[in-house]
Design a protein around this ligand. Structure first.
Ligand SMILES: Nc1ncnc2c1ncn2[C@@H]1O[C@H](COP(=O)(O)OP(=O)(O)OP(=O)(O)O)[C@@H](O)[C@H]1O
Ligand SMILES: [Mg+2]
Length: 424
C-alpha cells in the first residue's frame, strides 16, 4: 500500500526556514523549560527539522511520553543513537533519506560507562558498581540525570559523527536546573571535607576528632541523604574505590560547562502562553544574558489551535468565530434571544473568547519586548495530540514558520474585538 502523502500545512516555504540559524552544521541545540511545557515534543520536532535541512541529526531524548517513544521508534532504539528507518520515515510522509537518529537517555548506563572508563582496576570497578551509595547517587538524584545527559552530549559531540545534536532536558521545576544541577551534584564529590574525611589512609581517631567539626557534620549529612543506612562504611568504601576517578568526573563537569558556553551551543526555551509561564520566560531571558548563555529561540507551545494557524496562513477567516461569540452574547441578553441558546453556554463561550484574546495580547507584547537576536516560533495545540512521527513533523512545520503569522493573528483578534463593539 502506498503511504498517504501528508498535505503541507504551509505551501511553498520549506519547513525549518525560520530556524535556519538555529539548525546549522556543528550546532548543539538544547531545550530549556519548566515541567510539562513540551520540551521533549519540541526537541523531537526540531530533530526532524534538522534532518530536513540535510543535516545528519542526533536527537537525545529524556524519558519521552510512551506515545512519543513509539513515534520515534525508541522502544527498539534505547540508549545508543540509532537511525529511524526509511520505512518508518516514509510511513509518516517524510523523505526516506532523512538522516535522523534518536536515543533515549539511559542514566544508569551513562554512569556505569563512566565507571568503566575512569576506573582502571577491575576490582575497584566492581566494588563501585555494587556499592549502594553509588547506586543511589546515579539513580535518585535529579542532578545525576542532567549530568548524564551532558556526558552523553559531550561524547556524541566529541565523536563528531553528527552534524547537529538536539538535546531534550529532564523535567525540572526551574528551567536552569539542567545547567545547575550537575554542578551541585559534582560538588558532592568535591566538598572540601569529603575526600579527606573518607580517605582510608586517615586513622579512625582522626576521623572521630574531625567529625566533631561543623563542616564535617555537614558533609556527612549531605552524603547520608543518598546513602541510606550504614552510611559511613558504604560511603568510605565508595570513596576508596572511586578515588582515582573523582578528579576525572570533576574534570568532565568543567569540560561540559565550557561546552555550554561555546558558540556551538544554542538554547531553545520552550514555554506556553500562560501569564506566569511568560513571566518566568522573561526572567529566564534576563538570567541567560547575565550568564552569557546563547538563547537563540523561544518556542511558544500549544498556542491557539491548528485551525486558527491554518486559516491565518491561508488568509481565510481566522478567529471570526470569536466575533460570532460576541454577537451571540449580545443577542442572548436581548429579549429576542432564541430560547435554545442557554446562558451558561454563552457565558462559557464568552469566557473562552476573553481567554483567547487575552493570550494573543500577551504574546504580542512578549514578542515586541523580545531582545534582538532571539527568534520566536509557535506550535499550536495539536487537535489529536502528538501521537506519531507525522504529528511531530507537523509541529516541526509550524515551528519552522517562526513568528511570520503573528501580526495576522493580532489583526484577526482586533477584528474580532471590533465585532464586539458593533454587536453592542
Ligand atoms: N503542541 C502540542 N499539542 C498537543 N499536545 C502536546 C503539544 N505539545 C506537547 N503535547 C503533549 O503534552 C504532553 C507533555 O509534553 P512533553 O512530554 O513534550 O513535555 P515536557 O516539557 O518534555 O515534559 P517533562 O517536563 O515532563 O519532560 C505530552 O503528552 C505531549 O504529547
Ligand atoms: Mg520531557
Amino acid at each position: 500500500m502506498r503511504p498517504q502523502v501528508r498535505p503541507a500545512i504551509f505551501q511553498k516555504i520549506p519547513p525549518g526556514c525560520a530556524m535556519k540559524d538555529l539548525l546549522r552544521k556543528g550546532s548543539i541545540v538544547i531545550m530549556l523549560g519548566t515541567g510539562g511545557v513540551g520540551k521533549t515534543t519540541v526537541a523531537a520536532a526540531l530533530g526532524i527539522a534538522g534532518a530536513q535541512a540535510y543535516l545528519e541529526t542526533a536527537l537525545i531524548t529524556v524519558d519521552p511520553a510512551p506515545r512519543l517513544r513509539d513515534a520515534l521508534g525508541l522502544e527498539r532504539l534505547g540508549g545508543k543513537p540509532a537511525r529511524l528507518t526509511q520505512r518508518h520515515l516514509r510511513s509518516a510522509g517524510l523523505r526516506a533519506d532523512l538522516k535522523l537518529s534518536a536515543l533515549m537517555l539511559d542514566v544508569k548506563g551513562v554512569w556505569d560507562a563512566m565507571v568503566e572508563r575512569f576506573v582502571s582496576d577491575p576490582q575497584a570497578r566492581k566494588r563501585i558498581l555494587q556499592n549502594p551509595f553509588y547506586r543511589n547517587l546515579s539513580a535518585e538524584f535529579a542532578g545525576s540525570e542532567s549530568f548524564a545527559a551532558l556526558q552523553e552530549l559531550y561524547e556524541l559531540h566529541q565523536a563528531g559523527r553528527f552534524d547537529l545534536e538536539v538535546v531534550d532536558t529532564p523535567p525540572a521545576a526551574y528551567a536552569f536546573d539542567f545547567l545547575e544541577a550537575p554542578a551541585r551534584f559534582v560538588r558532592l564529590f568535591d566538598l572540601p571535607g569529603a575526600r579527606w574525611l573518607f580517605t582510608p589512609s586517615l586513622s579512625a581517631s582522626r576521623i572521630a576528632m574531625r567529625i566533631a567539626s561543623n563542616a564535617a557534620r555537614f558533609v556527612v549529612r549531605e552524603l547520608e541523604r543518598f546513602a541510606g543506612r550504614g552510611v559511613l562504611s558504604t560511603i568510605a568504601d565508595f570513596f576508596a574505590a572511586a578515588a582515582e576517578s573523582l578528579d576525572a568526573v570533576v574534570d568532565r563537569l568543567h569540560k561540559t560547562q565550557a561546552l555550554m558556553r561555546s558558540p556551538a551551543v544554542r538554547f531553545v526555551m520552550v514555554t506556553t502562553a500562560e501569564e506566569d509561564r511568560l513571566r518566568q520566560a522573561s526572567d529566564l531571558i534576563a538570567e541567560m544574558k547575565k550568564r552569557e548563555l546563547n538563547l537563540s529561540a523561544i518556542v511558544i507551545n500549544r498556542f491557539l489551535d491548528e485551525r486558527t494557524w491554518r486559516e491565518t496562513a491561508e488568509g481565510t477567516s481566522a478567529l471570526d468565530y470569536l466575533g460570532e461569540i460576541a454577537r451571540l452574547q449580545s443577542n442572548s441578553s436581548s429579549d429576542a434571544a432564541p430560547a435554545h441558546v442557554s446562558t451558561p453556554l454563552v457565558d462559557y463561550l464568552a469566557c473562552y473568547r476573553e481567554r483567547t484574546l487575552g493570550a494573543i495580547d500577551r504574546i504580542g507584547a512578549f514578542a515586541r519586548d523580545l531582545p534582538a537576536g532571539i527568534r520566536l516560533a509557535f506550535a499550536p495545540e495539536m487537535g489529536d495530540g502528538v501521537p506519531d512521527l507525522r504529528a511531530l513533523a507537523q509541529v516541526a512545520e509550524y515551528i519552522g514558520r517562526g513568528a511570520e503569522f503573528l501580526h495576522l493573528i493580532e489583526n484577526a483578534a482586533d477584528y474580532a474585538r471590533r465585532a464586539e463593539t458593533v454587536a453592542n
